[in-house]
Design a binder for this molecule. Sequence first.
Ligand SMILES: Nc1ncnc2c1ncn2[C@@H]1O[C@H](COP(=O)(O)OP(=O)(O)OP(=O)(O)O)[C@@H](O)[C@H]1O
Ligand code: SF4
Ligand SMILES: [Mg+2]
Length: 453
Amino acid sequence: MTSVRAQSLEREGSVGDRPVMTLIDVEKHFPIKDGVLQKVVGHVKAVDGVSLEIRRGETLGLVGESGCGKTTLGRCISGITAPTGGGIYFRLSDVDRAALEDILATPGKERTPEQRKRMERIESRHLITALTGDAWRAYRRNCQVVFQDAFSSLNPRQLVKDIVGRPLRIHKEASGAELTERVVSLLESVGMGRQHLFRYPHQFSGGQRQRISIARALALDPEFIVLDEPTSALDVSVQAQILNLLHELQRDRGLTYLFISHDLGVVKLMSDRIAVMYLGEVVEQGTATELFERPRHPYTEALLAANPDLDADVDKEIEGLEGTVPDPANPPEGCRFHTRCPVATPICGWEVDDAVTWLSVETNLLDAMTAVERRSNFDATLAFADDGSAEAVGKAMTAGSVPPAMAPALESVSVDGSKVLLRFLPVPPVELEEVEPGHVTSCVLHTSRRREL
Ligand SMILES: Nc1ncnc2c1ncn2[C@@H]1O[C@H](COP(=O)(O)OP(=O)(O)OP(=O)(O)O)[C@@H](O)[C@H]1O
Ligand code: SF4
Ligand SMILES: [Mg+2]
């Protein structure tokens, strides 16, 4: 087992010199079950194809509205829950990453025996869901989590000495008097002390409880910590103290952070780089300075406009953004943000659902609709109770009353008795592309797809 000292030494070097966590196309889909037999009728796509890298000693901020998948991604990275697709790799070198990406780009059946062997070797050493024995234990030691709600994450019936000392006991790092001294030293590193050893969580303030959570997370001297809204439940002054503490600990211990928050002001203060999530996907990523000074994605712009505080309430509208976040079980085609984007274009992903939404918001004809027969998300027949309603819908759709960006995406609209046949031009999903060194966005206004406009 690597000693604490050896682990610290291993971390010497400069910030960002090697990746700690590498995510390739990570998915976490939760099944939706229905009926007595609990049949799976769909999936909540909480995380849907996220690729990113977190390098040694840096803080990657993760922002986005409530429900966009931040916690789920944090839980996958910290090994609390297994992803349903893609891979999360611990300490994957740049050379191995390049090799892996090459192999993954080759269809399974066409891979050479050498490629298969190399992939197996990489996965057994770095893929967190394939790690076993010492490699798995090393990963669990080195990757810790601090949650928003310190109260519920601390066992109310345990003394602080047992809460903070538990990881050391489980990993057989210390016992007896040595364990107590290690706990005291951990408490001191978070601004507490020996006098707190024999107290219960309820005897502390919110800020102190969060300090106890941080001390527990530090017990095994980890390399990487997922901080999931660590200060959201605290008063502003206490929040500043905890953020300072996290800064100091990072500097002194060479820690790497994934910092999850709604509060862009806090994320800006804490992060070297920021990833913006929307409906399970990363839509923009770059250095904190780049993202704040030159945001490219309209969603990032909207978040910045709502700065400094994004309320955790999912129903609260962000200024400048219309509508609510779509259902993650049935995310929109193309750019998932197109249903709310103030500058959406014809190639952003217009589909049958958008036409139905438009009918419900802008006309009184939805009441007459009896069915939507889909051939795909881009191609459907809308059935109406009578020929007159179908004719009125057909007319409205072809007379330019639909949103200007949607109109050119409508390939055809035809009326057949009481039915309206609708076809939108199919579009591929948007892809992240680099717009400046280290700054990626998926908005078609800035990627190579702008040529289609
Ligand atoms: N165990 C689960 N089963 C089913 N759906 C889930 C589960 N956990 C999360 N989800 C769903 O996955 C989506 C993402 O949830 P998640 O908690 O990761 O979002 P978040 O960005 O952390 O939100 P918040 O900012 O409110 O904490 C949501 O639609 C949520 O309802
Ligand atoms: S691709 Fe860009 S312009 Fe189009 S909907 Fe998405 S964010 Fe808006
Ligand atoms: Mg969350």
